[in-house]
Write a protein that binds this ligand. Structure first.
Ligand SMILES: [Zn+2]
Length: 290
């Protein structure tokens, strides 16, 4: 079979779409130690989802970007709400590799494909996939207009807007993994949420300056406290994903709910100190303010 990255015929490895360190963190920090995917909420996902995608040398190439990202960004960002994290050139490579894999997964493997893409989205997807592939192989110096934007998430301190925050927001922010493509007339992006990190792989944007402070630089940069801006349409989109995740929780079968309840009772201390309890607590607090 052909490797999706270098295009040579080779024995393909089952590659993670969302990196395995995200699932490892979830196993160690959520109350019940596992999570579920939107496409099949009744299935426990212990180790993420994998597809046969890469030859062994391309798998190694992408792993080399994952290791520093996990160590320098992902784990420190999940330890506390105050963070100022420096990155080097591996950050953009990592971000592109995740957006590229998410997009390939959504195009070829997702069970719930949703409505077909409009023509301009399809054209952008094809162009982005090819440019990202070349960038990952070192054949392009940057991903051009198909930029990567990273939004780190933390506890919401206050919120002003004409709508209320969704009830489930911190549980979604802290504990969910979510992969999707979103589009409207003005912009389209591939969306990969990895617990407290939302990564947007930009496909097109007719008003690119509406977003501020999230772009991942090619060489070096800082992820930390600064003013960041996304448009109202993107905020509404994130809220729609929160509601979707809440619905998924509710759609669990009774048998599954009973199983979760039993596994939760096994270790009360683990639950009380878990990220799940913290997220519940924050959701209760933020709702009582509004
Ligand atoms: Zn390869």
């Amino acid at each position: 079979m052909r490797c999706a990255l270098c295009h040579t015929d080779s024995h393909l490895i089952e590659s993670h779409i969302v990196p395995s360190f995200v699932f490892k963190w979830l196993r160690e920090n959520s109350a019940t130690g596992f999570m579920r995917m939107r496409t099949n909420p009744n299935l426990r996902i212990q180790d993420g989802f994998k597809i046969p995608l890469l030859c062994s040398s391309c798998e190694k190439l992408l792993n080399a970007f994952e290791t520093p990202f996990a160590r320098e960004i992902f784990y420190p960002l999940h330890k506390e709400d105050k963070f100022r994290l420096k990155y080097r050139d591996w950050c953009l490579k990592f971000a592109v590799s995740v957006s590229w894999r998410s997009l390939l997964y959504l195009l070829n493997y997702a069970e719930d494909n949703g409505p077909p893409f409009p023509e301009e989205v399809s054209a952008s997807i094809n162009a982005a996939l090819e440019l990202w592939r070349k960038f990952l192989l070192g054949k392009k110096r940057n991903p051009g207009k198909f930029e990567q934007h990273l939004l780190p998430l933390a506890q919401i301190q206050s919120f002003t807007g004409d709508k209320n925050l969704p009830d489930f927001i911190h549980r979604y922010f802290f504990l969910s993994v979510d992969v999707d493509v979103a589009w409207n007339e003005e912009r389209a992006f591939v969306y990969t949420k990895m617990c407290r990190i939302i990564l947007f792989g930009r496909l097109y944007d007719v008003k690119p300056k509406m977003w501020k402070g999230l772009k991942v630089s090619a060489n070096r940069g800082i992820i930390g406290p600064k003013t960041m801006k996304i448009g109202q349409d993107t905020l509404n989109y994130i809220f729609s994903r929160v509601k979707n995740a809440a619905l998924m929780e509710n759609s669990l079968s009774e048998v599954q709910k009973e199983k979760i309840h039993k596994s939760s009772q096994k270790d009360i201390n683990r639950i009380l100190s878990s990220e799940t309890m913290r997220a519940w607590d924050y959701d209760n607090k933020i709702n009582s303010k509004h």
